[in-house]
Design a protein around this ligand. Structure first.
Ligand SMILES: C[S@@+](CC[C@H](N)C(=O)[O-])C[C@H]1O[C@@H](n2cnc3c(N)ncnc32)[C@H](O)[C@@H]1O
Length: 347
């Protein structure tokens, strides 16, 4: 089973794109064979981006960038996902592999691509600072804010149900915030690690962990895209109400998958797709929740097997609150002590 995941990663790393027909390949190559479009593909290899972000990075007019994006979409290399007032562009599921393979052939030090990536990094850094400031401002009353838009008790009951009562050796909470998930789940684990980029959130998390008397918890400051944690080390990873703030949720899930030990499970909890645009303005949400199919795609890309998708709808009298979804997946590798016993061992 380990081979399956390794093979997938190998395919990705060696840039072997899945086979496509002659005409489709020709159309894709024609679409990619233009300077702005190749630059766009280079950027979409890094993150899902809106037109205005791409316009700012490329320094070209919006109609021009939109026209090139349309051609990439028509050629099956990119796809557009409309979500409320925003539209995100990303590499397409199938054609995206070809785009990645093409971009991987370019010298990473090439000045054009390097300059685009540097501008993207600057845009991301500005956004990261904005998000950190947002969380720093609200760290103190975060627990009140989270209760505003989620049926908390029902969600936590559903989380505990999915975790089960089997003891956990290693628990990892990515984007731990005020450490609510650690308070809920660390008592089930031998050791637990919480990671968050915001120092202000971590300060509150530390206070909560102390108050709860949890001695098995460690908190680390770090980015969900490069979490400062060991690989293959955790049997349960949770990402609770973080994904909708991120510009590349798929990458965050792929990183989380790397932290899983064989057969380890990843639980993603976030909003089901919704249309509450004000959350972008007032709460810095980037994504208006997620459809089951989109998360299923991210999990498959991360090489994980999806185990469950559950929705917790707001109850009567909770109008205005959003449906929360829980997506559970597992690492496909099997641990030795779960393998069926051989005939000799049984005898
Ligand atoms: C809505 S809070 C959720 C916190 C916690 N998981 C909970 O449910 O209470 C989102 C958290 O994600 C953190 N976060 C956002 N982007 C992050 C990133 N790129 N890396 C690490 N943490 C991030 C924020 O600092 C914030 O604490």
């Amino acid at each position: 089973m380990r081979g399956r995941r390794t093979r997938y990663k190998y395919m990705f790393m060696s840039n072997v794109a899945p086979a496509i027909g002659f005409d489709a390949l020709l159309a894709s190559l024609e679409a990619a064979g233009e300077v702005t479009r190749l630059r766009l593909l280079g950027l979409l290899c890094e993150a899902d981006l809106t037109v205005s972000e791409l316009v700012a990075i490329l320094g070209q007019s919006q109609p021009r960038v939109s026209r090139h994006l349309k051609l990439l979409v028509e050629a099956g290399l990119a796809e557009r996902q409309r979500e409320g007032a925003w539209a995100f562009y990303r590499l397409a599921d199938r054609g995206g592999a070809l785009a990645r393979a093409l971009i991987a052939r370019i010298d990473p030090a090439d000045p054009t691509l390097a300059a685009d990536r540097a501008r993207l990094a600057m845009a991301r850094e500005a956004r990261r600072k904005q998000a950190a400031a947002y969380f720093a401002d609200r760290a103190g009353d975060w627990d009140k804010i989270r209760a505003l838009h989620a049926p908390e008790a029902k969600v936590e009951a559903a989380i505990l149900e999915l975790v089960g009562d089997k003891p956990l050796r290693g628990l990892l909470d990515l984007g731990t915030g005020t450490a609510r998930m650690l308070e809920l789940l660390a008592p089930l684990a031998d050791r637990a690690v919480g990671v968050d980029q915001s120092a202000a959130m971590l300060a509150i998390a530390r206070a909560h962990v102390d108050q709860s008397g949890l001695r098995n918890v460690q908190l680390r400051q770090g980015d969900i895209y490069a979490p400062p944690v060991e690989r293959d080390a955790y049997d349960f990873v949770i990402i609770h109400q973080v994904l909708h703030f991120l510009d590349d949720p798929g990458r965050a899930l792929a990183e989380a998958a790397r932290a899983l030990r064989p057969s380890g499970r990843l639980l993603v909890v976030d909003f089901a797709a919704h249309a509450e645009e004000y959350l972008r303005e007032q709460y810095a949400h980037r994504r208006l929740g997620f459809a089951d199919a989109e998360i299923a795609g991210f999990l498959a890309e991360a090489g994980l097997q999806e185990l469950a998708a559950e929705h917790v709808a707001p109850g009567a009298g909770e109008s205005g609150k959003l449906t929360v979804a829980l997506w559970l997946a597992r690492d496909r590798r099997i641990i030795a002590d779960q393998l069926p016993k051989t005939a000799m061992e049984i005898a």
